[in-house]
Design a protein around this ligand. Structure first.
Ligand code: NAP
Length: 518
């Protein structure tokens, strides 16, 4: 049996940075379930996969030579470029030797007598270590609803988060697509352009604003490269996205003419998410929010030619920003194609997969292939799928049976020396995950270094600390419109997850900054 100081779970962006920070001082092994680096950007290789934060920001800031040398071809990078970047970083900083690929962690058991974690893996490795860093991702455990009859469907079923590396050719096929969140909205326009017919099975309509993606502009890139140190600091001092200009004007204070102008400017800003920051109270006041929501509905009605389809695409049951705002490239326009049909599965839910397609309460659809973009068992899923046992053999699944509890999203009482990056009740995808991952790794490394320096062997948090963090997250969340929508943010979409704010992974940028200050 092997013994190392540290086991890192996951070779995504945070895991790679953790290896880089730690491997010179400590013995270390990283277990990765995929056969390559990049995490989210390794797995999510569906057509159209693209980040919606500008790449000059959505990139590492820990090494100035890296950010000076690297060039992004587009403002909002596509998956292949992000994967290429992850591979470049792994090679440039010689991180691969520490990573065991295609080797998922299956169990983590804490031995109280020795204060060591026993880590076992799918390939049969058994490693003992003093510290575990779970960089296993907030959105990495795919969610597929257990529809009856899935085995009987004769054609292929794809989940966007486990897309085939060789791609899929939908030419001449009738494709059914389930899921109209951020992922579906990116993938569908490209599939519609290829398929014979695309049936979009929509349960909840999405707010979506245009991404404004475009080839990288040399002046823009050079300006960032000239100012990286101060801009990275600005990112670290915010929640990781610098380009939002925080407004001072309430939507209620603005005149109708001002509102129209401000919203039109935000829509055309080429800054994803600018709509949510068009006024000071969009994310906190439902009636202010409704001005923005109605503006987006008017855009949808203006873009989509068939009025019945347009109306069905208009989100009305929750505030804009309550769920994550989607960023699209031609999503609403796609519904003007003759080969795209919108199917309402809110009023007539999907009942089953059949041999030849899908059955909804309204009838049968004949399909050659089905794509699911049904999201993730967010925040907790990557951890609860591992057999994790802490002090007194307490299982993490038992500990979290009433909803996830953590201190700062980093530690769980009863699971000593185990640190999470982007864990439940961190900002997760409410922040910019590469930058937020860097500061969470730095914070964790600071704890490990201090323990080593002071000769400490065990660190744990307390249930009281977890409760106070839960109260703070809930307090932040209660002031936002997130509470008025069912989404992965608050765990109200995953079966078996307790539907309360304690499982909320991301309350607001307020909690992001609170976490950072400690
Ligand atoms: P998601 O936002 O959770 O969306 C899942 C979709 O599947 C929703 O439309 C949901 O409908 C639908 N669905 C789930 N179960 C269903 C059922 N039984 N019947 C019919 N429809 C069902 O997942 P996602 O789109 O993969 O996005 C997850 C997160 O990943 C995003 O919020 C974002 O943070 C991140 N992401 C980012 C980017 C980017 O940077 N551009 C791209 C993709 C993803 P309901 O709404 O009714 O539940």
């Amino acid at each position: 049996m092997e013994t190392v100081d540290i086991v890192v779970i996951g070779a995504g962006f945070s895991g790679l940075y953790a290896i880089h920070k730690l491997h010179e001082k400590y013995s270390l092994v990283c277990f990765e379930s995929g056969d390559g680096v990049g995490g989210t950007w390794y797995w999510n290789r569906y057509p159209g996969a693209r980040v919606d934060i500008k790449s000059v920001e959505y990139s590492y800031g820990f090494d100035n030579d890296l950010q000076q040398d690297w060039s992004w071809p587009e403002y909002f990078s596509a998956q292949p470029d992000l994967e290429r970047y992850a591979n470049h970083v792994a090679d440039r900083f010689k991180l691969r030797d520490f990573i065991r690929f295609s080797n998922p962690v299956s169990s983590l058991h804490f031995d109280e007598a020795t204060n060591l974690w026993h880590v076992r893996t799918g390939k049969g490795d058994h490693v003992m270590c003093r510290y575990v860093i779970a960089a296993s991702g907030a959105l990495s455990a795919p969610n597929t609803p257990p529809w009856p009859g899935m085995d009987s469907f004769k054609g292929p079923i794809y989940h966007t988060a486990t897309w085939p590396r060789e791609g899929v050719d939908f030419s001449g096929q009738r494709v059914g697509f389930i899921g109209t969140g951020s992922t579906g909205i990116q993938a569908m326009p490209l599939i519609a352009a290829q398929a014979d017919h695309l049936y979009v099975f929509q349960r909840t309509a999405a707010y979506c604003m245009p991404s404004g993606n475009r080839p990288m502009d040399a002046d823009f890139e050079n300006d960032w490269k000239a100012h990286y140190p101060e801009r990275r600091k600005e990112l670290l001092d915010s929640y990781g996205v610098s380009l939002i200009e925080y407004p001072l004007l309430s939507a209620h204070e603005a005149t109708p003419e001002q509102r129209a102008e401000i919203l039109e400017t935000a829509w055309n800003s080429q800054n994803a998410f600018q709509l949510l920051f068009a006024f000071s109270d969009v994310m906190t006041d439902p009636s202010a929010n409704d001005y923005v929501a109605e503006f987006v509905r008017s855009k949808i009605r203006g873009i989509v030619k068939d009025p019945a389809t347009a109306e069905l695409l208009c989100p009305k049951s929750y505030p804009i920003g309550g769920k994550r705002l989607c960023i699209g490239n031609g999503y609403f326009e796609m519904f003007n194609r003759d080969n795209v049909t919108l199917v309402d599965v809110k009023s007539a839910p999907i009942q089953a997969f059949t041999e030849t397609g899908l059955r909804t309460a309204a009838g049968d659809f004949e399909l050659d292939a089905i794509v699911t973009a049904t999201g993730f068992d967010a925040a907790t899923g990557a951890l609860t799928r591992i057999d994790i046992q802490g002090v007194n053999k307490l299982k993490i699944t038992e500990k979290w049976s009433e909803g996830a509890t953590t201190y700062l999203g980093s530690m769980v009482a009863g699971f000593p020396n185990m640190f999470m990056i982007h864990g439940p009740m961190t900002p997760a995808a409410q922040a910019q995950m590469i930058t937020a991952g860097e500061w969470q790794v730095d914070w964790t490394v600071g704890i490990i270094d201090a323990m080593e320096r002071d000769g400490c062997t065990r660190i744990d948090t307390t249930e009281a600390a977890e409760q106070s963090w839960a109260a703070e997250v809930a307090m932040c969340a209660s002031q936002t419109v997130h509470n008025l929508a069912d989404s992965w943010y608050n765990g109200r979409i995953s079966k078996g997850k307790r539907a309360d704010l304690r499982s909320m992974s991301a309350a607001s940028r307020g909690s992001a900054n609170c976490a950072k200050m400690r």
